[in-house]
Write a protein that binds this ligand. Structure first.
Ligand SMILES: NC(=O)c1ccc[n+]([C@@H]2O[C@H](COP(=O)([O-])OP(=O)(O)OC[C@H]3O[C@@H](n4cnc5c(N)ncnc54)[C@H](O)[C@@H]3O)[C@@H](O)[C@H]2O)c1
Length: 346
């Protein structure tokens, strides 16, 4: 298949593109490059790339593709809180426009990177895809709105599918330090402490970036009736853990590290345990295989091997800090559009 992947230079896209190419797909990427050079270790080989802001996509960009995998977004709660209106512009409006243009261009399948945080506060019971959506942040709200608006476009020629990913973990050449496991392993490697700022009680479903990539790769080629206008939680019940359990796993993986639960941020309202049976039933043989313990050990090895530093960890590998640095340098304007080189710093 000929596949356009938006946000392919992000944390997940950088892991997903090689999986799609290995499956024989002809992949083109589209990205505004906010994190293109945020690399730890050897640089990946990017596919042919459209350096385009997703807000500026035209039908021409989308012509000739069988499928679109839409990852590009301001991709977490702190970023959403930074500028809620820009989050809605990029994550909601531009995503719905992208889907409409893709449909107009004859694209038949549209796989959307949604999130389990659409469930907000789910309590102790396992939440299925039929649970009420209670988004607690602009980021999560933007994902719910896209699901609603793009589902309304589904017809016999256009099949959207909404993959509600658990919180990702694991190594990517374009690393992120602001997701819980990657963050705790980094702190442990750099400081010897696994420092938890909440009280440790919230439930967090986790999934390895490679298991997310595998879910998208399988949804791409699944029979249409299995994925048409469906939402799937992506992950495994085995990785529904509390933050305190995640911290203990990290301490086991990083030699000499000890857990410190400061509790200074109190309880976190975002807490949910997730049921992942629907994706296993719909996508034959799909299983999220990576345990949190294996992911923590992998991260510890890679961080150590590629020489993670504290300034990179809190700087370019932390999305909010990275965007603030680009804005301060004049490389991004107030709406987070990249500026031509000649305009920067001027
Ligand atoms: N990482 C997770 O834990 C997680 C969990 C659930 C869902 N998701 C979703 O998966 C997708 C990918 O996540 P990620 O962790 O790789 O995020 P990321 O922040 O690492 O990457 C996002 C990519 O989108 C690009 N982008 C952002 N705004 C853009 C714009 N206006 N135009 C063009 N490109 C733009 C960035 O340059 C970047 O390469 C996102 O939609 C995210 O919401 C991620």
């Amino acid at each position: 298949m000929r596949v356009l992947v938006t946000g392919h230079q992000g944390y997940l896209g950088t892991v997903m593109v090689p999986v799609l190419r290995a499956a024989g797909h002809d992949v083109v990427g589209l990205d505004s490059g906010l994190f293109a050079d945020c690399l730890l270790g050897p640089a990946p080989v990017d596919p042919p790339t459209l350096e385009v802001d997703v807000r500026d996509v035209t039908t021409e960009h989308l012509t000739g593709f069988d499928a679109v995998i839409h990852l590009a977004a301001l991709s977490n709660d702190p970023l959403g809180a930074l500028a809620p209106q820009i989050t809605y512009d990029i994550n909601h409006h531009a995503s719905v426009r992208l889907a409409r243009l893709a449909k107009d261009a004859g694209v038949r399948r549209f796989l959307y990177a949604s999130t389990c945080s659409v469930y907000g506060s789910g309590g102790a019971d396992l939440v299925t895809e039929r649970a009420p959506l209670r988004p607690l942040t602009p980021y999560a709200e933007s994902k719910v709105r896209v699901e609603d608006d793009v589902a309304a476009m589904a017809d016999s020629g256009f099949s959207p599918c909404f993959l509600r990913n658990a919180t990702a973990f694991g190594f990517s050449p374009r690393l992120r330090a602001d997701i819980v496991l990657n963050n705790l392993v980094g702190l442990a490697v750099l400081t010897g402490e696994v420092r938890v700022l909440s009280d440790g009680t919230p439930w967090r479903p986790l999934v390895h970036a490679r298991d997310i990539a595998a879910a998208f790769a399988q949804a791409l080629v699944a029979p249409t009736d299995r994925i048409h206008c469906a939402a799937f939680n992506v992950g495994t019940e085995l990785n529904n853990l509390t933050v305190a359990e995640i911290a203990a796993t990290v301490a086991d993986a990083v030699p000499g590290a000890a857990v410190v639960i400061t509790g200074e941020y109190g309880a976190d309202a975002r807490s949910y345990r997730v049921d992942f049976s629907a994706i296993r039933a719909a996508l034959d043989g799909y299983e999220a295989r990576w345990s949190v313990a294996d992911g923590a050990a992998e991260l510890c090895r890679r961080y150590t091997r590629w020489g993670l530093t504290e300034s990179d960890f809190t700087g370019r590998f932390t999305r909010l800090a990275r965007l603030e640095t680009l804005q301060a340098a004049g490389a991004l304007d107030d709406t987070l559009r990249t500026q031509p080189i000649g305009v920067r710093n001027g």
